[in-house]
Design a binder for this molecule. Structure first.
Ligand code: AMP
Ligand code: MG
Length: 347
């Protein structure tokens, strides 16, 4: 009796400590994750990655969504919705509501950019995309024929009903990654993810700030330098940052570089006096269409349109091929130029 009476006071605090430790462990397990997880893959013809304060299941769902958007919107896949629509050109067809609304957005940007962005370039992008090995430029005749089969004004879209003239074809490659990034961000937000960086080959959307609370820091690729060398940095929260330029994808033939962005006016890869364009916007779909279009337009026209769009909340970084750099006034304190090879200029 006396023995047990002397042991008890020693074990009581020990029990209490164990109980507190168990309760603490349960409490911390129920708190949101502190460390982000990252997943990488290759989709939509580009490297994709998502870094988020989320669980594996959420990232799995996000990659599933990206995969299904790729399988729907790819112009290269005969089995995609776009592949089917292109094969049916010449007869009326019906689009899924999501694709119909994406095409409507693409046509609206075609109008706003005076056709520099054109979602009907498939007859030309098919010629220029380096599908085969030892890729070489198409003949002038082939380009002239291709030019005869494009034109966003010729698309008949009425709700979900679409009519493309025979030989025409859609290529939503200039807007699909932006749309996919928006949809991925929507999925993550629905699952209460408060911090994420979605990168679809330079089409970036960030949710919230970094896990440590600061803004996300996004390097802007120097278009004239090897991949990974940045000309500067933007610091952002809850925003889309999209960059475009011929440094992304191209092939070389007899010492000339042929980029993947086609000028609908010439039918050939855009010969731009801009080397890179970055657009900051709420929706990545808008930034994606615009980055492609402004590159095609070249510095003078791009600057004029940028001036109009700045009043609607868009911001731009336009890198000239001569080392001049324009950054929207709203980027003061957001964008920091780090390269000494660029001079900041007023518009
Ligand atoms: P991005 O990588 O967003 O600049 O878009 C380039 C992709 O969009 C190309 O690979 C083509 O699939 C398509 N594309 C090329 N030129 C244009 C253009 N002028 N307007 C719309 N889409 C284009
Ligand atoms: Mg684009």
């Amino acid at each position: 009796m006396t023995g047990s009476g002397t042991v008890r006071p020693f074990f009581r605090p020990l029990f209490a400590v164990i109980l507190i430790a168990l309760a603490g462990a349960l409490f911390f397990r129920s708190l949101p994750r502190e460390a982000p997880i990252e997943r990488r893959g290759f989709m939509m013809g580009t490297a994709v990655s998502i870094r988020a304060l989320a669980d594996e299941e959420t990232l799995e769902a996000a990659f599933g969504l990206l995969h299904s958007l790729d399988e729907t919107l790819s112009a290269h896949l005969e089995t995609s919705e776009i592949g089917r629509v292109n094969a049916e050109a010449g007869s009326p067809t019906r689009l899924s509501p999501q694709t119909a609304s994406l095409l409507a957005e693409a046509l609206a940007w075609a109008e706003r950019t005076d056709g520099a962005f054109d979602p009907t370039l498939r007859p030309l992008t098919r010629l220029w995309s380096g599908d085969g090995q030892n890729h070489r430029p198409p003949t002038e005749e082939a380009v002239a024929r291709g030019l005869g089969d494009i034109g966003w004004k010729r698309v008949r879209l009425d709700g979900d009903s679409l009519l493309l003239e025979a030989a025409m074809g859609l290529d939503l490659g200039g807007i699909a990654k932006g749309h996919a990034a928006d949809e991925t961000a929507r999925l993550l937000r629905e699952r209460h993810v408060a911090s994420a960086l979605i990168d679809l080959g330079g089409n970036i959307v960030v949710i919230g700030g970094r896990p440590d609370g600061g803004p996300w820091r996004i390097g802007i690729q120097d278009p004239r330098k090897p991949r990974g060398e940045c000309l500067g940095v933007v610091e952002v929260r809850d925003l889309s940052v999209v960059s475009s330029g011929n440094y992304e994808r191209f092939f070389e033939w007899e010492g000339r570089r042929y980029g993947h962005i086609v000028d609908p006016a010439t039918g050939c890869p855009a010969d731009s006096d801009l080397s890179g364009v970055t657009v900051l916007s709420e929706r990545s779909l808008d930034g994606d269409a615009l980055a492609t279009a402004l590159f095609v337009m070249g510095r003078e026209k791009a600057s004029a349109l940028a001036g109009e769009l700045e009043k609607e909340g868009f911001a731009f970084i336009l890198a000239g091929d001569d080392g001049t750099l324009y950054a929207s006034p709203s980027l003061e304190g957001v964008f920091r130029l780090e390269s000494k090879e660029y001079r900041l200029e007023e518009r």
